[in-house]
Design a protein around this ligand. Structure first.
Ligand code: ZN
Ligand code: ZN
Length: 251
């Protein structure tokens, strides 16, 4: 039984939901026996996921730079160590805790080769080519020191169709040059990063003004049709369970 919805100071029901009294006010719940969603409330509800496998844990995205403590707290409850951190794209709300988590756990950080320079500190997200709106937004965030995630020492570069931890890597650029999506056949789940957003009761492509190359994003998401997803996992907002969501989003 799920006991979610009530505020507690501490762990409530490990299998269902935890609410931490920390600054990032995270909630966490199992989507199935080997897949956990963590939601950070601030500055906007943002997701990351833990996949439990025989050889250890894989984290998909890792929140902002101040979310690492909560991720540690959750990982501690597993009897397995964190082996990998896969970053869907180099924005600071998805890659912010990668450096500290990798340093503390020895986990290997993975990202698409085109986003690697933004994670290792060799380039700024603000220098990515793209729409005027997105560049203005990125430029302002950089001026406030809120744009680039803390640099990760080493990032393993991924390419389209690579496999990591049983997940198929899809290079789906547009939101950033190296945005990836991940297909988990075990969970019939597509991790779509920020390529997709919630819209009324369904989902849609993300706002074009917020993506560096909107037409590229549209083409990227056409690939989702290849996968019989029943679970769409977005960077922000609740998981979406459906068998027709991908077609709805593209038509
Ligand atoms: Zn995001
Ligand atoms: Zn993003």
């Amino acid at each position: 039984m799920c006991s979610g919805g009530t505020m507690y100071s501490g762990t409530v029901d490990w299998n269902c939901i935890i609410i931490f009294p920390s600054a990032d006010m995270a909630t966490s719940k199992l989507l199935n026996s080997s897949l956990r969603r963590i939601v950070f409330a601030f500055p906007t509800p943002t997701n990351c996921w833990i996949i439990e496998q025989d050889d250890g844990l894989t984290l998909v995205d890792c929140g902002t730079h101040f979310n690492h403590g909560t991720i540690f707290s959750i990982i501690k409850n597993y009897d397995k160590s964190l082996r990998r951190i896969i970053i869907t794209h180099a924005h600071p709300d998805h890659a912010g805790s990668a450096a500290r988590l990798a340093l503390a756990t020895g986990a290997v950080v993975y990202a698409h080769e085109l986003d690697v320079p933004f994670l290792t500190g060799q380039a700024s997200v603000a220098d990515m080519p793209g729409t005027i709106g997105a560049r203005l937004l990125h430029g302002s965030a950089r001026a406030l020191g809120m744009l680039d995630p803390p640099p990760v020492k080493h990032v393993e570069a991924l390419k389209d169709n690579d496999k990591v931890a049983g997940l198929q890597v899809l290079h789906t650029p547009g939101h950033t040059p190296g945005s990836i999506s991940l297909w988990s056949s075990d969970h019939k789940a597509l991790f779509v990063g920020d390529n997709v957003r919630h819209w009324l009761t369904g989902i849609k492509l993300n706002f074009t003004w917020f993506s560096l190359k909107p037409q590229e994003l549209q083409r990227s998401c056409e690939r989702y049709r290849e996968f019989p997803a029943e679970l769409i996992l977005l960077g922000h907002g609740a998981e979406h369970r459906t068998k027709t969501a991908v077609a709805d989003l593209l038509d």
